[in-house]
Design a protein around this ligand. Sequence first.
Ligand SMILES: Cc1ncc(COP(=O)(O)O)c(C=O)c1O
Length: 371
Amino acid sequence: MSAPFITPRPGILSIKPYVGGDSTIQGKDKDKTSVIKLASNEGAFGPSPKALEAIAKSAQSVNRYPDGNASALHNAIGKRFGLDPARIICGAGSDEILSLLAYSYSGPGDEVLYTEHGFLMYPIAAKAAGATPIAVGETNLTTDVDKLLAAVTDKTKIVFLANPNNPTGTYINSSELQRLRAGLPTDVLLVIDAAYAEFVARDDYTPGFELVDQGQNTVMTRTFSKIFALGGLRLGWAYMPSEIADVINRVRGPFNVSSIAQAAGIAALEDTEFFNRSREHAILWVEKTQSALKQMGLETTNSVGNFVLVRFDGKNGKTAEAADAFLRDNSIIVRKMESYGLADSLRISIGTEKEMNACINAIERFLKTTN
Ligand SMILES: Cc1ncc(COP(=O)(O)O)c(C=O)c1O
């Protein structure tokens, strides 16, 4: 007689595993350097040289456990952003912090809200916690505060909001964010995921520090994977009320951030030249790419992230699917968007000038192909 299957908690098997952007193309893998990867909103210039130096140095002592409180890193983040280090939590990517928040503040019978085209980790984290994720409609691919507020029920425990959002690149301004917080019941946790905050050059934008300070019920998450270009090391952080920091410190792994990630994070924060160059480059190339695509007759959102979302209307076979296949034939990997409910669109991350020109030219050639 065979033993019964061990079954996970209800809901877990309904999770579709997160699928990241590809880094290789079948048949073109031999010479990886020839493949242009614009699929995961990573840093365009490789890692910061200062971070690389810190990684090499700290690798010498990986026989030792890391500082479980990541004190030096908390202090460096606190200094850079003018925050109380005791209210900062670091994680293995901001993904880990999003999951810890979902586990800690929602469970079976609870609802977790996120926007229709919001980052896919929110429904995954909610389901893993046993809660029910609820996708709330957007307006013009942008968060709609009224719709979010209307979706709140007495079961709502968390609202996850990416601002700016990935993959749409759109954002809501600080007064809309305030209006959202003010309209939510005080016992609903608002998680503002500001992974792309550093790229936003708009006066009416806020990553949300002041909302965190204002009450006991708002958390802001950030990442070292985007502008700080350390995605492979897995490092994220969050600023939160001390009561929530106390909760997360109880549930997180005692050594959830490696010593190498801690050292690299501190060095990356200090590398202002790399930071400024990355920021200016992303802002410039989002603008250039969007305007080139619009000139070709394609629709884009007004992205404030380090990526562009472009729509293909499908006329004459010019679908997003066909564009993606054409780009792959030309060794360019971008991100298809079916999983975000945007099957007619592709997301293109900002790479180097050469890579962006290659991608723009390839799309232009694609549009001119006859079937
Ligand atoms: C909106 C958003 N939040 C969070 C993350 C996760 O970042 P991390 O690498 O810190 O886990 C991403 C990564 O793509 C993202 O787009």
